[in-house]
Design a protein. Sequence first.
Length: 143
Amino acid sequence: MLVLVMRFLVGAVFIYSGWEKLMSPLPNFMAVLEGYQILKSSLIQPVAFIFPWLELVFGTFLALGFLSRASASVLAVFLATFIVLLSRSLLLHLPLLECGCFGSGISLTPAQAIILDAGLLVTSFIIMARKSHVLSVDQVLHK
C-alpha cells in the first residue's frame, strides 16, 4: 500500500509540473531553459515543447500504474538530470531565482528543488524495485 502512495505522489508531481508548463506560454519555459545555460539555442524550443508532455504522460502512467517500473525509471532519469542541472546552476552561481520546475504554479529555489528531487528519486527507486503494484493497470493486464 505504501508503494501505491509513492506511485501517486511521484506521478502527481510530474502531472502537475507538466500541466503547469503546458498551460503557460511556451516562451516562459523557454526562458527557464535558457537560464540553465546548457542547451544550444536551436534546442530550447523543441525541448520546451516536448518535455512538459513527457512529464504529463509518464506521470499519468505512473499514477495509474501503467508500465509502472518503466515509467518510474524514465522519471528517475528526469529527476537525476534535474539534480545535476540544479547543482550545476548553484556551483556556477547562475542567476536563477527559482527552478522553473512547476511553471508559474509553485516557486522553489534551486536548493529546495534539489531536496524535493532527491526525495522523489529515492521514491522512484523504491517503485522500480517492486515487481507488482497494488491497484495498477499493470496488475489488471497481467491477470
